[in-house]
Design a binder for this molecule. Structure first.
Ligand code: DCP
Ligand code: CA
Ligand code: CA
Length: 403
């Protein structure tokens, strides 16, 4: 497969850095220190246009422009994105459609409107592929996500590279799409690295090379620095990220305020503590019912829990979600609400786990109070998309017990 593997300072050097990384991670960290992380940023190439090429492969050899029509006149609006054939001719996102048509005159270009629902369903499936490989996935936009692979690859760069390559292979095999991936020790480095080689790139930046990697790049490569800020920085003789990294923090803060100034100061050195925050689908699935009468009878309450378990299990399947935490909610006779949660070793989609965990949590909760229960509910949280593969537990599931 035509794939570019690049490294900020050459692959040989990054391979030789493995022992350094392992030495640091094995040493442990003092509390308050930010431990080393390994983060991937995956961004699909010319996304809307690539989706259109999927359904019509004939489009890929000529310029393809996806248009965000404003509706005023036939051609008013801007280019949403374009394939790389059109980009070579300098047709990029944001260019007015009229200008794109002038540039591409006589080139047999195709112009299509945005078909967002289709791109969204393709995006959902790609996000599910990420979740199948990695537990901590933050969808950052329709075509990109951050993945925290620190624990999974034990900070081993070769393992990190292998994981990134298998993600690329799966996205290509399952969805026919190419993407570019950056691996770095922070979100900001991973994000800039994913744009370093495109399309179909993989750029690996070992943690100790973060500043070296960023240094020669223009300041507008840093997320949050647009054309206006770039102009202001140029006026201060700060053209590259390296210039920004070397500058005095007070100088930057005086010009841009404390929050932005601190961000520029740290990000220009590749330092960014922002965690990868899973943000996929609903945060939780829950249902609560009022008992026919207040009770402490575990058999009777378990019957209610059985209905709730079946209902939530069906909901999770419908949404294509697995859960890692099962919780019980109980409103006591004095109207005080209590919750107890159990977190599982790994994401699960089995109804038996919902049944077993909720009954167990109910017993624990009853041991902690003498009061009767008025309302009871179950909550599934820590949700991640299922991968399309059916879990063995699903096959082994017992039919719902009949009372
Ligand atoms: N998009 C848009 N208008 C913009 C920028 C982007 O409508 N000004 C849409 C179309 C893109 C999608 O968002 O396909 C993703 O944006 P990216 O910035 O990731 O750009 P692409 O995926 O198109 O290209 P690249 O290969 O550079 O990632
Ligand atoms: Ca993209
Ligand atoms: Ca993107």
């Amino acid at each position: 497969m035509d794939q570019t593997v690049s490294d900020a300072c050459g692959l040989e050097r990054h391979i030789s850095s493995i022992s350094f990384w392992q030495a640091v991670s094995a040493g442990g960290f003092k509390s308050g220190e930010d431990p080393l992380r390994m983060i991937l940023h995956c961004d699909l190439d010319y996304f809307f246009a690539q989706c259109e090429e999927l359904s019509n492969p004939g489009l890929s050899t000529k310029p393809l422009v996806i248009c965000a029509y404003s509706g005023r006149t036939e051609d008013s609006g801007v280019v949403s994105t374009a394939n790389y054939v059109a980009r070579k001719l300098r047709v990029n996102s944001g260019l007015p459609i009229i200008q794109a048509k002038k540039i591409l005159e006589g080139s047999n270009a195709t112009y299509l409107p945005i078909d967002r629902p289709r791109y969204e369903s393709i995006s959902d499936r790609v996000m599910a592929i990420f979740s199948a490989h990695v537990g901590i996935v933050e969808k950052a936009s329709i075509d990109e996500a951050y993945l925290d692979i620190t624990e999974q690859v034990q900070l081993d760069l070769t393992e990190g590279r292998n994981l990134a390559q298998s993600l690329k292979r799966d996205i290509r095999r399952e969805e026919g799409l190419s993407c570019s991936i950056g691996l770095g020790a922070s979100k900001v480095v991973a994000k800039i690295a994913s744009g370093f080689v495109k399309p179909d790139g993989l750029t690996i930046v070992p943690s100790y090379q973060s500043a070296e990697f960023l240094s020669p790049l223009p300041v507008d490569k840093l997320p949050g620095i647009g054309k206006k800020t770039q102009e202001r920085l140029r006026g201060m003789h700060l053209e590259t990220i390296g210039d920004l990294a070397k500058s005095n923090i007070q100088y930057i803060t005086a010009a841009f305020g404390k929050k932005m100034g601190t961000y520029f100061h740290l990000a220009s050195r590749g330092m960014d503590k922002d965690p990868v925050r899973p943000r996929l689908g609903p945060e939780q699935l829950s249902r609560i019912v009022t008992l026919k009468e207040n009770s402490r009878d575990t058999d009777m309450i378990s019957l209610e829990l059985e209905d709730l378990a079946q209902d939530l299990h069906a909901k999770a399947l419908k949404h294509g979600l697995q859960f890692r935490s099962v919780g019980i909610i109980a409103v006591l006779e004095n109207l005080v609400a209590k919750t107890r949660t159990k977190t599982l070793d790994q994401p699960n989609s089995s109804i038996d786990i919902i049944r077993g965990s909720s009954t167990e949590l109910l017993r624990t909760l009853l041991e902690e109070t003498d009061l009767q229960i008025r309302r009871v509910g179950i909550q599934l949280s820590n949700l991640t998309p299922t991968t399309g593969q059916t879990f063995l537990a699903e096959f082994m599931e017992r039919p719902p017990s009949t009372p």
